[in-house]
Structure formats: C-alpha cells, structure tokens
Design a protein around this ligand. Sequence first.
Ligand code: SF4
Length: 489
Amino acid sequence: MTESTHSHQAPAYIEFGEYSTHVPKNIPIALEQATGRFLGNREARIAEMPQWEELRQAAHEIRLHTLLNLDLYLELVEKQVVAAGGVVHWAVDAAEASAIVVDIARQHGARTAVKVKSMATEEIGLNQALEAAGIQAYETDLGEFIIQLAGTGPSHIIVPAVHMRKEEIAALFREKLGIDAPTDPLELAAIARRILRERFLEAEMGISGANFLVAETGALVIVSNEGNGRMCTTLPDLHVAVVGIDKVVPDWESLTVLLKLLARSATGQKLSAYTSFITGPRRTVGEGGAKQFHLVLLDNGRSRILQDPVARETLKCIRCGCCLNVCPVYKHVGGYAYGWFISGPIGAIFSPQILGVEAARELPFASSLCGACADVCPVKIPIPKILLHLRHRVVEGDEFEKPAAPAPLRASASLGRVALSTPWLYRLGTRLLPFLMAPLRRDGWLPALPPPVNRWTRVRPLPAFRGGFREWWAQRQRRNGDRDSRGSP
Ligand code: SF4
C-alpha cells in the first residue's frame, strides 16, 4: 500500500467552508420531517429484530478487525480485481486521485461522464477537476442531480437535497432547465429521469463510488434506491470507481452483517431497492457491464488516521447517516454549516482528521456531547469520545498535530482549568465577576463584549453572570423553606 504523505491540505478543488454560503432558512422544518420519518421507520425495523444489538457488536468487530489488517485486505482486493480483468490505481491524496481519473478519461477520449453517488468523489472535488479538463460530469442520483443544478454540495450523507422543498426544486428546474416544472414530486422525478436517460446513453464513461469492497472476490458493492447505479456502471464502455481504502470488508459473510444494518439505520428499509455487485469488467460478449474497469483506491489521510488508536474508529463508518438524523445540532443548523461535503456528527470527526484541525478546528466543538449519535451508530463508533479527543488536539496539540486554537483561547482555557480546579479561586471569581461585568451589563444582558471575546455578542447578547450555582441553590432552598413554613393555601 502506498504510504500516505498526508500534508493536511484541503482537497485541491474544494475550499473548506465553501458550502456554508448556501444556508436556506427553512432547514429545521425540512430536516425535522425527513429525519423524523427515517428514525420512525428505523425504530419499526429494529423492533422486528431482537438480535439488533448482537448485529451491531458483530459489525463493530468486523470493521475494527478489517482496519487493523487493512494492508492484507487491500492487497487481496488488488489481486482479485486484477484477476477479474480490472486495473487498480493507488491515490495518496485528493489531487492524485483526480489526476488519475482525468488521465483515464483522456486516454479513452471521454468528453462526458455519468456519476452515481460517490462521497469519495465529493471528497476529492472530482467534478471540478473533470470540468477543468474539459470533461462534463453529470450527477445521476436525483438528489445529487438537484444540488448539481443548484451549484452546491450535499447537505446530508444519504439525502443530499434534504433541505429543499418541492416548490424550491420546481423553481430551480424552471430557472436552470428552462422547463415549466410543476411542484408535484412525481412530475419532478419524471423530468429528471427524461434528462438523465439521454445522458446515460450519451456518456462515454461511468464513475461510481462503492459502499463496500469485498476483498474475497474484489467485488464492488453499490447500495441505492434508484436504478441509476446500474445504468452508470453498465451502459458506458468505461467504468471508473473511486473508493476510500476504508470501504473494504473481508468476505461475503461480513458483508451480510453490514448490509443488514445499513439500510435499516439509514432509511428504515429492510434492504435498499438496489444492491449491485460488480466484479471487474464484462468477460464475455453477451455479458452486461463495462468493457474496462478501473478501481482508484483513495488514501487521502486514512493511513494517518489509522495510526491513532482512538480516532481510527472513525474509519468504521458505513455512511448510513443515522447519526445526522438524531443529532440535535445537525437538525437545527443543517449540513452546510459543517463546511464540507460530510456533515453531522460523523463530519465533525472526519473533516478535522482529513483536512487537519487548522482548517476545521471548530467542528469538534459543534456538539452538545449528548451521545445520541453513539447510541444509534450501527458500527458503534464512539463519536463523543473522538470529539473530546479532537478537542484536546485542537487546544493542546498531540503527536499528530500542533494546536490550532488561537493563543488567547488557549490561555483562557488554561486559566479556566486552574479556576475550576481550585475551589477558593472559583469562589472568588464568582464573587468578582458581577462587579467586573457591571459596566457592560444592560437589563441582565451583555449586549456587546470587547474583542477578542466578542464573537458571541457580535451575533446575539449574552446573559450576564448573576452568581454561582451553589448560592443560587441555597437562596432557592431558603425561599422554598419560607413558603413551606407558611403552609399550603
Ligand atoms: S458514524 Fe455511524 S451512524 Fe454516523 S454515518 Fe457513520 S455508521 Fe452511520
């Protein structure tokens, strides 16, 4: 396996934070409806499976075992894909992965490509790289088709356009496609299908990701609810798959465990509508499928994550999106607030590790640590524990990275630690604070703090500190005692 020379640069074609400029106002309502439906369905499916917790434990063990033996399984993948007639490429980072795909396209004279859902290609900014090389890439999942028209990225792992209402999609179709689009979802889907059908037939190249890679046979596994996966991977003569090295599973038996968990955790289905298995190119004239198959195995920092015994569990993720559906923060701010293609709790731990904490230093703090994500994760990723681990990395630094928090913040965190662990200092502070704040206080609020502590009050006022909890509690007890001694009316 190629050793990663990870440099913590953001992918060449996407700037961290680019997506956050498109934050629609109706996000909480749209998200509540969609995620509530998924979670309700999930509950129903779990109720049918008394062995759910055993499956989660087995999935955790399979994923961890695979990660700890990844070099062996990746070598097996390569051997089996080559034996099946495919070509395997190793990409150290985003720029190299994009360059490989562009090269393959050029060698085959491809001018247009159809794509089926691939988070890995979002991660490397492949569409922008193809466009720069004069190759037009068309997204073909309905949600991806919509956000490509809108010029944004996905706002949810499995429902990229979850934040958009049908009225907004109809308006987008009218504006970008010049079609009189009604607001009926079936009509909108039919319009997209008509356009996409032409593109499937014209494209010289199909590009996909994969949900899993089965090492035992080198099979690519694509799970979807639309038929576009099969169209993209079988209609064009050339199929290129870009897959993160963490997607490997040892064998078919392991895969069945993960497939049982994936759709149930994602949308509450027993199984997605389509589960495609692709092993190399077609081997006989009568067989369906592409004539040429290339597999690009993407590292992009994953080897580095693997070295960290705490953070490596991030790579167990099977991208079901369930942690987004339960996250109170995600449901209020939406996916674009996370600044990159992968959002929610998994984004908050994945992005800082791939991009580096300097670029994404705020994400580990974008959590209330309620633990709902870890409770539902089908592969038992301890997300709150990893968030705390990354918070420590941001503030203190560790053997993997230097601290990224600004010096004033680090100094105030150190002061806070001393104050909170020294009772007499804490008591003194709680007595002094109301006096120190007096010049800034207006009706119990602090409407404007001076820099550098004014980030919050630039947006909204801060409640003024009114005293320590113990004093407040003692006062409350005294008040209640007085009332009790007066007796009930
Ligand atoms: S972290 Fe767990 S719950 Fe979240 S997307 Fe990954 S597998 Fe699903």
